[in-house]
Design a protein around this ligand. Sequence first.
Ligand code: HEM
Length: 458
Amino acid sequence: MSQRTEGTTCVPWPRSAQNQALAPHRAELHDLPAGPALPRWMQTLAFWRNVERFMRAGRRRYGPMFTVRVFPWGTVVVITEAEMIRSVFTGDPELWRAGESYEMLAPLIGERSLVLLDGAEHMQVRRRMLPPFHGEAVRCHEQAIAAIAAAEVQSWPYGVPFELTERMRAITLEVMLQRVIGTAEPQRLGVLRTALAQAVQLQPRLLLMWALPALARIDPWRAYNARLQHAKDLLREEIVRRRADPQLNERSDVLSLLIGAEELDESSLLDQLTTLLLAGHDTTTTALVWALERLVRHPRALARAREDDAYLDAVIKETLRLRPVLPAVTRRASRPVQLGGYQLAAGVTVMPCTLLAHLSPEHYSDPEVFRPERFLEGEGAGYTWIPFGGGPQRCIGATFAMSEMRIVLRTVLTDAELLPDRARGEAIRNEHVTLVPSRGGRVLRTGAPRTGERSQPR
Ligand code: HEM
């Protein structure tokens, strides 16, 4: 790899007066930090195959700010330092367009999804969606989540290794069904459970459909789209039924609170509900699996997390620091802008890299080591810890996710004795946009079933 990005000048902005006089126009279009000169398709392959390796190599070779060319965004300036990330997250939302940078998600979550909106429209819809995500509203779900987790843990086998991913997926799906959509009637719950289980789990090869939309006409893409459409039809029915529910005002699930606000029309509501399911399911599942994957390999931390809720919170934060689930977020510059001494052209995507920001030796002692105590000692302040992104587009479900993780982990640690199936930690693997444990989080449950427990291998 060369020290320069193809077609860039790699010269910081503002330049000397002499340089500006020589090539001001060219600089305006092409002034980018250095980065790999490999063709775009090769960088794209390297990025999607192993984003962790790709990002670490970029940081090592080019420093804290570098340029890559990656599908589907095109020219991407990766930024890794807290202060620069803060300036983007807290900058003008009309300039730093998050929705535009996520536009490839439209076929999945719907054109009117909160994720795809920017500026004033984003603020308006987000304000309407906020009530179910405030601390008070989130606390209403605690008991139900604990019961869902306890029922699932009861079914875990003893003495044979199993993958946590499927088990955590079952819990987070049930939480979505009962507490986000708020379905209670058993038959309806069964139909939705089957349909959503098939739709919310994104397949890695879905990425190809962004590159070649024509693939949507053939299997397996056609089949996935049909499953997604079926799930959306059921969700639409759920919205209609709930609107007509005379007890709507007494309900505490997320959908009922959104309907109660009465300011989102039906098609917007459907897109927002689909978004909540797709944005909240795989992410929370993966974060839970990583937390247990780390804890079973750190028995002292596990023992303390069992006894001490503040420490359990620190474990969750440390897990999201070292294994942030989503490696980066994006913003697209809507007009030319200066950043870090460079003059970026309109249309450039800026990518605050969560993964690298979380490994900064300036902000974290022994940054590669799993040490939850650091969060009790004051590390992780401000924009040095950004697993949920930041600014006006920061994850709306962050409080919900943290609360769900706390309750599920507390239940698992109380009800099950787990050991790793191998001493060595699991590697980070790309699965479409998330970073998952390479072996699905394999563990072994020790001890023996209590009377009445229905342990069963899957
Ligand atoms: C550990 C679990 C989760 C992680 C790591 C996570 C992470 C993220 C990240 C990185 C973003 C983008 C933020 C940005 O661009 O600055 C985001 C946005 C979003 N997340 Fe989450 N998320 C999680 C759970 C959830 C849950 C449980 C829900 C809902 C029930 C949810 C709903 C959303 C929505 C709607 C957005 C878009 C917000 C907006 O554009 O205003 N997420 N999330």
